[in-house]
Design a binder for this molecule. Structure first.
Ligand SMILES: Nc1ncnc2c1ncn2[C@@H]1O[C@H](COP(=O)(O)OP(=O)(O)OP(=O)(O)O)[C@@H](O)[C@H]1O
Length: 513
């Protein structure tokens, strides 16, 4: 036919070749899944014919072609278009697919002459699919140039991973592709995941994102709320952002150092200082007032800090109060100044009210809970015992020491008895520093004239009685046990027996009591 030598000498050879061709190019719809393998054996031929495609490209293209075959088999209505597109795409690829295309052309012509019309469809669809898929690979620059497309842009923008899935490259597709390429590069990030990082370059949301990120960095590393800088500065270059952060921090620090000393704060400092003094004296009197004093000290420390950090040393703040200062808050803004102002007023009112309360408590205390001896308060912990004219209580002092406080009521007693009670004080004073003697820590006789006579050794008012509600307070060392308790316990142990207390035992313990 057409004057060309007929390679098929007989119909048997022709049929054998046709069967071989059918095996190689049978549509996937009529084949089992494992029938794809013989087609892969043809890869060396295609690879040899292709000068620019890599092995991976060919493999991918072939697989795409297989899927294309199945698509064409399922949708035969596209057969006519496919045949047309074969004529469109084959010439561009025929040169590179020399052996394969020639063989298929020959087969096609012979099959058509023999009336195998379907063979032409299968062949055409196969070639079209193969050529279309291979022509859309990243390295198939010939087909890409035919479409007027830059292959590098296709590969970089990730189009290569999308287009091969399309059935055929039609003019509409090419037009869409051209319009796609004419769009700004920012949208390429939407198509290809590899360009996603470039989205923020032209994104309108990027400034907000950057400023937010920068603000969070401020909060994270500086812990201060600094006014946001203009967005333009932020988005031009990431480096200035860092500089801006540093500058802003410096500004905030300078503002901190330049904070003027508030006269009100100074007065507050002095007021809190005097309050400390008062509280210091009160701490000796009451533990409750001491707790309040601690709260007062904390407040004064906080309020004092802003005025003391001026670096000029104007404020003569004692070391103790400075050590109690709270850490400097890094947030210094106008709003914080307003808050500081209001807090100062509140603190002043609070200090005034607390000072009034402290003054009231300074004068009054619960006599059932506290004993006052020579201006010192002792809190009652419990009653130890009682004697003929007194009662002894276990107490704790302001320096947290435990004592025994003996209280002798003088009201209504005759003067001679009261005089005898006061002599006990004199004797204990004489035994100060002696071993095995309970030490007298402190004492107070409310009737000062009585105590003076006792100390002088004079006794003028023999028939008189103590008129006032006088008491004798004696602060003693606290003894765990005394001889009386030792003897009572010993008698309990010997109760019911005919034994008596061992004299040696009695001598031994009498040395300690
Ligand atoms: N310093 C002390 N430490 C511990 N307990 C004490 C102390 N002084 C007294 N007591 C206890 O208090 C109780 C009463 O003591 P107090 O001195 O009043 O007793 P008294 O001397 O026997 O009586 P009075 O002296 O009135 O005749 C005693 O039983 C004693 O156990």
């Amino acid at each position: 036919m057409d004057g060309k030598p007929n390679p098929y000498s007989s119909s048997t050879d022709l049929l054998r070749d046709v069967q071989a061709a059918l095996k190689r190019h049978r549509p996937l719809g009529s084949m089992q899944s494992n029938c794809i393998r013989p087609r892969r054996t043809l890869l060396p031929q295609r690879r040899a014919s292709s000068t620019s495609s890599s092995s991976s490209d060919v493999t991918n293209s072939q697989e795409e072609a297989s899927s294309k075959d199945s698509l064409n088999a399922v949708v035969p209505s596209q057969n006519l278009d496919s045949q047309k597109k074969v004529q469109f795409s084959v010439p561009s690829n025929a040169a590179s697919q020399d052996g394969k295309a020639t063989e298929l052309e020959n087969l096609s012509s012979h099959m058509s002459s023999l009336g195998f019309a379907e063979m032409e469809w299968v062949e055409g669809s196969q070639i079209e699919a193969w050529s279309s898929s291979s022509s859309l690979g990243c390295n198939q620059q010939e087909s890409v140039q035919q479409a007027g497309i830059d292959a590098s842009l296709k590969c970089e923008s990730g189009v290569s991973s999308v287009l091969p899935k399309r059935s055929v490259v039609t003019p509409d597709h090419l037009q869409q592709f051209r319009s796609f390429l004419s769009q700004p590069a920012t949208q390429s990030s939407v198509v290809g995941p590899t360009c996603a990082t470039t989205t923020s370059v032209h994104s309108t949301s990027a400034p907000m994102l950057n400023s937010t990120t920068r603000y969070s960095h401020f909060r994270q590393y500086c812990g201060s709320s600094v006014a946001a800088e203009p967005l333009g500065e932020v988005n031009v270059n990431p480096c200035p952002i860092t500089e801006g952060v540093v500058k802003s921090i410096d500004v905030s620090i300078q503002e901190t150092n330049r904070m003027p000393v508030d006269p009100g704060a100074e007065a507050e400092v002095r007021a809190s200082g005097s309050c400390i003094d008062d509280a210091g004296s009160l701490s000796k009197e009451s533990n409750q007032s001491k707790e309040q004093q601690g709260g007062e000290l904390k407040e004064s420390g906080n309020s004092k800090y802003t005025s003391c950090d001026d670096g000029k040393g104007k404020e003569a703040v004692d070391v103790a109060t400075v050590q109690m200062q709270a850490p400097l808050p890094t947030t210094i803004t106008s709003s914080s100044d307003v808050k500081l102002g209001s807090s100062k007023v509140e603190k002043r009112e609070k200090a005034a009210s607390s000072k009034g309360t402290l003054g009231a408590r300074k004068r009054t205390y619960d006599p059932d809970l506290f004993f006052k001896v020579n201006g010192k308060l002792y809190q009652r912990l419990g009653k130890i015992g009682s004697g003929g004219s007194s009662e002894v209580h276990k107490v704790i002092s302001s320096d947290c020491r435990i004592y025994a406080l003996k209280k002798i009521k003088l009201k209504g007693r005759d003067y001679a008895t009261a005089y005898g009670f006061c002599q006990e004080i004199e004797y204990l004073n004489r035994l100060k520093g002696k071993d095995n003697i309970i030490q007298l820590i402190d004492y107070e006789v409310t009737d000062k004239a009585l105590l003076e006579e006792v100390m002088k050794g004079s006794f003028s008012n023999k028939d008189g009685r103590v008129k006032d509600d006088g008491c004798i307070y004696m602060v003693l060392e606290y003894g765990e046990i005394d001889l009386a308790h030792m003897l009572s316990q010993k008698w309990k142990e010997l109760d019911g027996s005919y034994q008596t207390i061992d004299e040696n035992w009695l001598r031994f313990y009498c040395k300690f009591f």
